[in-house]
Design a protein around this ligand. Sequence first.
Ligand SMILES: NC(=O)c1ccc[n+]([C@@H]2O[C@H](COP(=O)([O-])OP(=O)(O)OC[C@H]3O[C@@H](n4cnc5c(N)ncnc54)[C@H](O)[C@@H]3O)[C@@H](O)[C@H]2O)c1
Length: 454
Amino acid sequence: MKVTVFGTGYVGLVQGAILADVGHHVMCVDVDEAKVARLKKGEIPIYEPGLEPIVKENYDAGRLEFTTDAAEGVKHGDVQFIAVGTPPDEDGSADLQYVLAVAATIAEHMERRQIIVDKSTVPVGTADKVAAKVASVLKARGRSDLPFDVVSNPEFLKEGSAVADCMKPDRIIIGTSSEHSESVLRELYGPFNRNHDKIMVMDVRSAELTKYAANCMLATKISFMNEIANLAELLGADIEAVRQGIGSDPRIGYHFIYPGVGYGGSCFPKDVQALIRTADSVDFEALVLKSVEERNRQQKTTLFQKLNTHYQGQLAGKTFALWGLSFKPNTDDMRDAPSRVLMEALWAAGANVQAYDPEAMEEAQRIYGHRADLTLCGTKEAALSGADALVIVTEWQAFRVPDFEVMKEHLKEPTIFDGRNMYGPARMAENGFTYYSVGRPSKLTLKEVAAAAG
Ligand SMILES: NC(=O)c1ccc[n+]([C@@H]2O[C@H](COP(=O)([O-])OP(=O)(O)OC[C@H]3O[C@@H](n4cnc5c(N)ncnc54)[C@H](O)[C@@H]3O)[C@@H](O)[C@H]2O)c1
């Protein structure tokens, strides 16, 4: 099948490549000329495990093409995917300007029946807005005779495992009332729907809301766990024991109940905000979601508060090693990352940061390369060198089993602020570290361990 994908970001590029990989002929359109030029040279602008060989192989085979020419793109596809960004507007609602711009572009150039698929995360009612935009441009062209459908097909991939998620989706949601569109999308997704039927067909509005409900539920789990972790710290309980205690209940489960430094990334923060605004628009107060958002905002400041308390407000002139810049492991995405909130607070307090991340160094350079109080280091050990303490913000596998002796040699003081509970407090105390983590006894030094042991 001939498919066009507008937007070659984390969603569009992965989805386009995966569709090409099963034999569809995919043309990816982007307005970013530099990005398209890189893709044509075989360079992948984002870090996503396993993506590069799939893009290269399908590009070389001619099944995957890249262009900035929207007219060529519209001409190519029988199905037109919209996979552009939906960033938050000033008031937190989803900014639909990019989605509607693509809708207008499709309508300007279409010459035959089209199925237009909203893959971007868009508020309930957006398919109607896209349809109205297409209809108005067609009318202006005098081509109201051209039939089209607008389908909601939200994307559920996770950055870091996007390729696997697209190849083996948990579900494929198709929001449409058109039998024709349903049957075309069933055919398109057939190769991903073999083991058992993963396709769920529903009305457009339910499909649009399903995506927000999924992300908001996940964000709620995180904020809930962070709330209990903060409470555990104050009550002298251990959140790791509590986590396992509740996870064993199959109604709760072990997934996604890790405490930490708050959620970030390009989806949860903006999607929670957008659903709150959608609720406002129908005069409904989203009480749970507002609390989820506020807990997350506060949680992102907790590492800084621990540092500030430990150093009694004397952070100016200190240097901190920071491990992990991306908002989660296995991606280079730093959008809304907790590391940014922490670094900006440290800089405001006059401290310096020596940072290391396995994949996000280029992105950090792009965002903060101009700062004199940030040193981007080539290795995790280099980041430690001469630093007053280590702060861990992202739970990359590469940080799980460090050489604690080497750490001590590099750091001025053996002090770690761990935002991801990477290590055991007792073991850290035995190793001679002053160790702060999340939702566990706030600090355990050798002396305290000895005292506790009697
Ligand atoms: N990133 C994720 O993990 C994820 C997961 C599921 C859903 N989503 C949703 O998918 C959508 C896209 O997210 P993303 O992370 O891929 O965004 P992104 O910012 O990485 O990519 C968007 C791309 O669209 C391009 N673009 C903008 N206007 C265009 C136009 N008129 N024509 C062609 N291209 C245009 C941009 O240049 C950019 O390359 C968002 O709505 C997001 O919420 C994202």
